[in-house]
Every structure is written in structure tokens, then in C-alpha cells.
Write a protein that binds this ligand. Structure first.
Ligand code: HEC
Length: 149
């Protein structure tokens, strides 16, 4: 009997800590913002690959990637960045002490991705010309507000 009680307690403790560990990962707002970031990464990966000559330049494909990136960047992210959801994620809690600056950094990406969408389908040189500003807006925010490892 005592044995069963101990097992039950161990199971309860395991489930309890799993629920805790999963708490933030499973938060739909956290999943949504990380998925949003993955869409950035996918689309900028296509543009960056072309800029670096790792993918052949294709005007139609470049335009699609740039339009997608600009569309995602234009979304209002207010519902993703819920205070208290940093733990267990790479978001730094300082985001919530500097929400105005965080949004300024987000706006920087909105502007740079719109600029990329203006020129990505023109030619490779134009795409390459817009790439530095665009990539800079990702790292400007990550440098301040994302954990490094
Ligand atoms: C306004 C700030 C901001 C901007 C701009 C930004 N990011 Fe992020 N990014 C973050 C934060 C904060 C995290 C950590 C989120 C978390 O772990 O919940 C993150 C996480 C990520 C991740 C990991 C997502 C995951 O699945 O855990 C990728 C990939 C990423 N960003 C790519 C990009 C790219 C590419 C750009 C530019 C096109 C970009 N980000 C622009 C703040 C930003």
C-alpha cells in the first residue's frame, strides 16, 4: 500500500513538473510568436540565399518571398508578446520594460521588408542592395531582446 502511494506521488510529481516545463512552451501566444519568427526565417532565407549566390536569382520567387516577409512583418504582434511568458523561451524579460523600443525595432523591420518588396523582383543587384538594411533589423532586435544561446 505504502509502495503504491509512493508511486502515485512520484507520478503526480512528474506530471506536475512536466506541466510546469510545458507551461510556457504550450502557451499559444508563445507558439504563435515563434512560428511568426520561423516565417521570417524561411522567407529571408530565400532572399539571403539569392543575395549570396547560393540560390539562383529568380525574380518571381524573390518577389514572393519579399511579399510574404513584408506581409508577416506588417502584422500587429500585440497578442504574442504577453508579459510573463519569457521563462522557458528565448525572449528576454527586458522586452516588457522596453515595449516602446521593442515596437520601434519591429517597425524597423516592417519598413525594411516593405523596401525589399519594392525591389526584390527588379534584379539581383537591387535585391542585394536592400539585404543589408533588412538583415540589420532582425539582428538589432535579437541583440537586445533575445537570448544568445
Ligand atoms: C522586434 C524584435 C524582433 C525582430 C524585429 C525579429 N525578431 Fe526574431 N526573435 C525575437 C525574439 C524576442 C525571439 C525569441 C522568442 C521566443 O523564444 O519566444 C526571436 C526568435 C527568433 C527565432 C527562433 C524562433 C523559434 O522557433 O524559437 C528565429 C528563427 C527568428 N527570431 C528569426 C528572425 C528573423 C529572420 C528576423 C528578421 C526578418 C527576426 N527574427 C526579427 C525578436 C525579434
Amino acid at each position: 500500500m505504502k509502495h503504491i502511494t509512493l508511486i502515485a506521488a512520484a507520478v503526480a510529481a512528474t506530471l506536475g513538473s512536466m506541466a510546469f516545463a510545458d507551461g510556457h512552451e504550450a502557451n499559444p501566444a508563445v507558439k504563435a510568436r515563434q512560428a511568426h519568427m520561423q516565417l521570417y526565417a524561411h522567407n529571408i532565407g530565400i532572399l539571403g540565399g539569392m543575395a549570396q549566390g547560393k540560390i539562383d536569382y529568380d525574380a518571381a520567387l524573390a518577389q514572393i518571398a519579399a511579399d510574404n516577409l513584408a506581409a508577416v512583418a506588417a502584422m500587429n504582434e500585440t497578442t504574442y508578446w504577453i508579459e510573463g511568458t519569457a521563462e522557458g523561451t528565448k525572449a528576454l524579460p527586458t522586452i516588457w520594460d522596453n515595449m516602446d523600443d521593442f515596437m520601434v525595432k519591429q517597425d524597423g523591420l516592417t519598413v525594411a521588408s516593405a523596401a525589399m518588396a519594392e525591389v526584390a523582383g527588379t534584379d539581383l543587384a537591387s535585391l542585394q542592395g536592400a539585404m543589408g538594411d533588412l538583415g540589420g533589423t532582425c539582428s538589432a532586435c535579437h541583440r537586445e531582446y533575445r537570448q544568445r544561446n
